[in-house]
Each structure stands twice: as structure tokens, then as C-alpha cells.
Design a protein around this ligand. Structure first.
Ligand code: MF3
Ligand code: CO
Ligand code: CO
Length: 399
């Protein structure tokens, strides 16, 4: 993700996210000479909050630019590491693109796009990769209070998501490829009558995210085999009965060194501590304070570019919930809201970089990163963890 956006020169454009006067301009939009409307933001927080939907503006414009000349299109896509996007997940570039790799992990080939039967109800990006309702919905600005009927659907969907993640968890061992994990997730999701929400979301080519070692989040499942000593996060989101349920966990592959075990455990505790403060009246910005306090105690750092989010009929919506301290998140929690908390904690620096594939977020220093995520419901008295572990969940954490 681009960290820094440029200052807008004396215009009074409204912020695309919140409507306040904009002071920042997306640097990529400037570079691509895209219209300033739709690229102006009042703050880094609003820019970051909208990033996952905003970045597809860049991709769409480049796809348009090269459309009509297939060779030029493919050459341009290759140089940008986007071939798998345009060809819907068939391959990554054969030759590694030039990149100042931050750690030892490298991309491997990506398998072809998996099939979803016609009988599975799909979100609106399933066919062409572009979410249509989500980016323009009022629910990007106002935090919805779910009805009892919506809450019941969220419970069912989140339980399916948990059961699908548990299928992945049981398969983690040295020698398994992350593509095989993705296949298990895909098939278990469809067997439950659900759609794997990541599949084709802003052109994401696979059905879950698998983030190994220095990958912070949004790792693309590929042909690399898990190695003894790796850590791997699996992030599952399913769409069922019109709503999404989102969770992730970080697993140990074989025998993992003490430092990585502490990283994963501390990250788990960061999420637990954050959940423990959730109840009506608590400010969303408090979540980041709790997580930052616990991570700094162990001299670990908190990722800033990716945040927790509202969830329901939309995959990502308001509220935006930063995990870092001194954040400027707006609003207080109310009974009936559903959102995720999903802290990403690093062994070294907090800064992230993006691989040329446009998805894989890695630590800037190549050190390891861990993450845990739950979908939560604010209740009258506190919180219900909709994606909570089940009696049947595999016992994969030693604490
Ligand atoms: N599940 C991720 C989250 O926690 C989002 C993945 S979007 C994808 O918000 F496109 F990368 F799959
Ligand atoms: Co999430
Ligand atoms: Co997730």
C-alpha cells in the first residue's frame, strides 16, 4: 500500500470517504493522470480506509489503457507483475520481476481459477472482479446497527467460516503447498453452500489468503511448499445467506523457533485483549491503544496500513478500526454493530511493502509478521465472538 499521499494544491474537493475538505491526493492517481475527483482524501486515515477499493481505480484504468492491443497489454502487465490478474489467476510471471525483496520468501506459480457452481449465490465481484455496491454504499460512512434477523444470518455465516478455517488448520504441515490449502478452503466453502469472498474480489485470484513468514497479509496461495519452521496465516471469508464472515489464524509449521512462537502468542493475546474491551460506549480508537500497549511490552511493532473493518452484507465497510496507538478512528461502539479486529504484529519494523503482484504485503525489513482475526458482534452487555473456536476446532496453540 502506498503510505504517503501528496498534498492537494488549494482545491476544495470533498474527501471521497467522509466528504470533509480534502488535503491529500492519491499519488498513483496523479502519476496515472486520473481525475482528481475520486482521488482526494482529507487524511491518511481516510485514504487508508478506502485503499482496498480505491486501488482498483488504478488497475481498471491501466487495463483500459492497454485494451485493444493484447501484446502491449501483456507486456505492460508483466512489467507490473499483474499477469495473473488479467489472466484471472492462471500464472505469475515466469521470470521474477525486479524487486528489492525484503526477506527470503519468493512468489511461486498460481494455479488456474477455481470453479464455483451456479447454485452458489455470489457477491457482485464474482464475475468481473469489480465490487459495485460496496464502494458507493452509505455503509462506508455510517456504522449499521444490524437487525435480529441480520444477526442470526451473521451467526450462521461466521460459524461456516470458522469450520472452513478449521479444515485448513488441520492440513498445515511441512510439504503442503499453500495452493493445496486454498483448494481445501474452496471446496469446504462450496460444500457448505457458501462463496469464498476473496475469490475475484478486486481481481484477487484465490479463495483465501495465505501469508507465510514475512508476509503481513493478503498472501496469494501458490505452489510453494510449507517448510519446517515456517509460520503461516490462513485468512478465510465466506459469503452465505447474503452476509460475510471473516476470520484468520497464524499456525506453526513443524518446529518453530522460540522468537516466532512468542510473536504468534503475543499477536493472539493482542486480539484477546482488544476483544475484552468491546462493549457499547467504548471508542473505536481504544482498540489500537490496547493492542499497541501489549505489542510494545514484547518489543514488537504494529502494522498501520491494514485495519479492522465493519462487515455484514458488505465485505468491508465502516467502521475503520486501526490497530495502532494514537489513531484517529471516529465513533463509539453500539449494540448490534458487527466488525472485525485483526491485528498484524511484526518482529521488527512496523512498515510494510507491497510485492509487484499488487497484493502480497510484506514487512519492510523481511522479519516475521503474525495476525489473528475475529468477526465480532457488540451486545448490550459486551461482545459475542461470532467466529469463536468450537469444541471441534483443532488444538493447534500450546497456550
Ligand atoms: N479477509 C481479509 C480481511 O481480513 C481480506 C482479504 S481480501 C482479498 O479483511 F482480496 F485479499 F482476499
Ligand atoms: Co477482515
Ligand atoms: Co480476513
Amino acid at each position: 500500500m502506498d503510505q504517503d499521499s501528496n498534498t492537494v494544491a488549494e482545491t476544495s474537493l470533498p474527501c471521497v470517504k467522509c466528504g470533509n475538505t480534502a488535503r491529500l491526493q492519491c499519488p498513483k492517481c496523479l502519476e496515472l493522470k486520473l481525475p482528481q475527483e475520486g482521488a482526494a482524501f482529507c487524511s491518511q486515515d481516510c485514504f487508508k480506509a478506502l485503499w482496498s477499493s480505491h486501488k482498483s481505480v488504478h488497475l481498471n484504468s491501466e487495463v483500459h489503457t492497454f485494451r485493444g492491443n493484447p501484446q502491449e497489454c501483456i507486456t505492460a502487465a508483466l512489467s507490473k507483475g499483474w499477469l495473473y490478474c488479467l489472466k484471472k489467476g492462471q500464472a505469475r510471471t515466469k521470470q521474477l520481476p525486479y524487486f528489492d525483496w525484503t526477506g527470503t520468501l519468493r512468489p511461486y506459480p498460481i494455479s488456474g481459477q477455481r470453479f464455483v457452481p451456479d447454485r452458489i449465490p455470489k457477491p457482485d465481484w464474482a464475475v468481473d472482479g469489480i465490487p459495485k455496491i460496496e464502494p458507493v454504499s452509505d455503509l462506508q460512512n455510517i456504522v449499521e446497527i444490524k437487525t435480529p434477523e441480520q444477526i442470526e444470518r451473521m451467526r450462521k455465516t461466521c460459524r461456516i467460516a470458522r469450520e472452513v478455517l478449521d479444515v485448513a488448520a488441520r492440513a498445515i504441515k511441512p510439504g503442503v503447498t499453500t495452493d493445496e490449502i486454498d483448494e481445501l478452503v474452496h471446496n469446504a466453502t462450496i460444500a457448505a453452500g457458501a462463496y469464498p469472498s476473496p475469490l475475484n474480489y478486486h481481481f484477487f485470484p484465490k479463495s483465501c489468503c495465505t501469508s507465510v513468514n514475512e508476509v503481513i497479509c493478503h498472501g496469494i496461495p501458490d505452489a510453494r511448499r510449507l517448510e519446517d519452521g515456517d509460520i503461516v496465516n490462513v485468512d478465510v471469508t465466506v459469503y452465505y445467506d447474503g452476509v460475510h464472515g471473516d476470520l484468520n489464524e497464524t499456525y506453526f509449521v513443524g518446529n518453530v523457533d522460540e522468537e516466532s512462537q512468542q510473536l504468534v502468542r503475543c499477536t493472539y493475546e493482542c486480539l484477546e485483549n482488544a476483544i475484552s474491551i468491546v462493549k457499547p460506549g467504548v471508542r473505536f480508537r481504544e482498540v489500537g491503544e490496547v493492542i499497541n500497549r501489549h505489542a510494545s511490552m514484547s518489543k514488537l511493532s504494529v502494522v498501520k496500513s491494514y485495519c479492522g473493518h465493519g462487515i455484514g452484507e458488505l465485505f468491508h465497510c465502516a467502521p475503520n478500526i486501526p490497530h495502532y496507538g494514537k489513531n484517529k478512528a471516529v465513533g463509539v461502539m453500539k449494540a448490534g454493530q458487527t466488525f472485525t479486529i485483526e491485528p498484524m504484529i511484526n518482529s521488527g519494523v512496523w512498515r510494510d511493502r507491497m510485492w509487484p503482484d499488487g497484493w502480497t504485503a510484506v514487512t519492510a525489513d523481511g522479519k516475521r509478521s503474525a495476525q489473528f482475526e475475529h468477526t465480532l458482534l457488540v451486545t448490550e452487555t459486551g461482545v459475542e465472538v461470532l467466529t469463536a473456536r468450537l469444541p471441534s476446532s483443532p488444538n493447534v496453540f500450546p497456550w
